[in-house]
Design a protein around this ligand. Structure first.
Ligand code: ATP
Ligand code: MG
Length: 365
């Protein structure tokens, strides 16, 4: 009897080890996705169409291993004087992810500053990039121009160098596929350059990442700005109340030459028509455009229809958000577990980097 219990236990243990190995092997074959957001505010519909939907799709395909980082160090580069804002938004971002369908069983969510290897790699990579190259980066250039109030005429070393730390984020986790919005393309290119330079000097250690763009690469702002952004004050947030959505859509930029209700409008220059393309079915969309062009429908009716469609789409997301807001311990636990897993992964990469750079002084062999 005792021996049969023992055999049973041994059998179960062997099965457990075998399953674990199978799981590890299948993970090894899966391409790794690394992506993330800055905790500078809650997520908006630009993120929803530009990255979140894609992340959920990639996660549920089962073909990838996905990591999402909450980039608090990067958020501090232009919010160093407001640590409370960054701290508060770490949790808000995690809640936004979970509300939109990111599943912690399938996707690892972690906090950037808790991975010291990222800071370490940033230092080594900063030797591989020139100041002129960083200044030429189109995304960095645009953002510096937008942040004149903060930086005046001279930008900080930290902000100018954030593409280097982003390269560290990606490579610390050996990210191969990077789902991003269009504004991030020059940063991925910069990361690839750093990887190539590193590998050419120290040996083939790092993987070159490749961007994954959503169909909606860049969602415009309510004010007509080319990009909806958390820091640009032109966003509809996934957590906005129906009243807030209504107020924002009512004040969105429409065809400025359309004064009276029956004036013929041009939907191509109207943000309301632009958002209808995201939230309204094709047949209704066509009617909206046709009636606008013919002067048969006023802007208010058009806006009301859009408000209803946005509110309907965001309703289930907000319901999930309400659940996580009242269960902070679940969110905390997800962040802790995810961060632990990312830490392990970054340690492995760091070991290889140090060996390649001959910085492994006290290693035995
Ligand atoms: P901030 O204004 O503080 O920089 P943000 O709105 O630009 O915030 P980030 O956290 O910098 O958001 O970006 C996270 C990801 O979301 C990036 O991959 C970025 O390309 C994508 N993204 C941000 N805004 C948009 C948008 N309007 N359309 C499509 N993708 C977007
Ligand atoms: Mg940004």
């Amino acid at each position: 009897m005792a021996s049969s219990i023992l055999t049973d236990k041994i059998f179960k243990m062997k099965k457990f080890v075998l399953n674990k190995k199978l799981e590890e092997n299948s993970m090894e074959n899966k391409k790794r996705i690394v992506t993330g957001d800055r905790p500078t505010g809650r997520l908006h519909i630009g993120h929803y169409f530009g990255s979140l939907k894609k992340r959920v799709e990639l996660q549920n395909s089962g073909e990838y291993e996905q990591y999402i980082l909450i980039a608090d160090v990067q958020a501090l580069t232009d919010n160093f004087n407001n640590p409370e804002k960054v701290r508060k938004n770490v949790r808000e971002l995690a809640i936004d992810y979970l509300s939109c369908g990111i599943d912690p069983e399938k996707t690892t969510i972690y906090i950037q500053s808790m991975i010291p290897e990222v800071a370490e790699l940033t230092v080594y990579y900063s030797n591989l990039v020139t100041i002129a190259r960083l200044q030429r980066n189109p995304t960095v250039k645009t953002e510096i121009a937008q942040k004149r109030d903060l930086f005046g005429e001279s930008v900080t070393y930290g902000f100018l160098g954030y593409p280097v730390s982003q390269a560290a984020d990606i490579t610390a986790l050996q990210g191969e596929l990077i789902p991003v919005g269009e504004d991030q393309l020059p940063l991925i290119e910069q990361c690839r350059e750093i990887v190539r330079k590193f590998n050419s000097i120290y040996g083939e250690v790092l993987k070159e990442p490749k961007e994954v763009l959503s169909k909606e690469k860049r969602i415009k702002g309510l004010d007509g700005n080319e990009k909806m952004g958390k820091s640009l004050g032109n966003a509809i947030y996934l957590s906005d109340s129906d009243e807030e959505i209504s107020k924002k859509v009512m004040s969105a930029l429409t065809d400025p030459s359309r004064i009276k209700k029956d004036d013929k409008g041009n939907p191509d220059v109207c943000m309301v028509s632009y958002y209808h393309k995201l939230f309204t079915n094709e047949a209704d969309q066509k009617t909206v455009c046709d009636e606008c062009r013919a002067g048969a429908r006023g802007c208010v009716a058009c806006k009301k229809q859009l408000i209803k469609n946005i509110c309907d789409e965001l309703k289930p997301i907000k319901e999930k958000r309400a659940y996580y807001e009242t269960h902070p311990e679940i969110v905390e636990n997800i962040l802790q577990e995810g961060t632990k897993k990312a830490q392990e992964s970054a340690k492995e990469v760091m070991k290889k980097v140090k060996e390649a750079m001959m910085l492994n002084y006290f290693d035995k062999n």
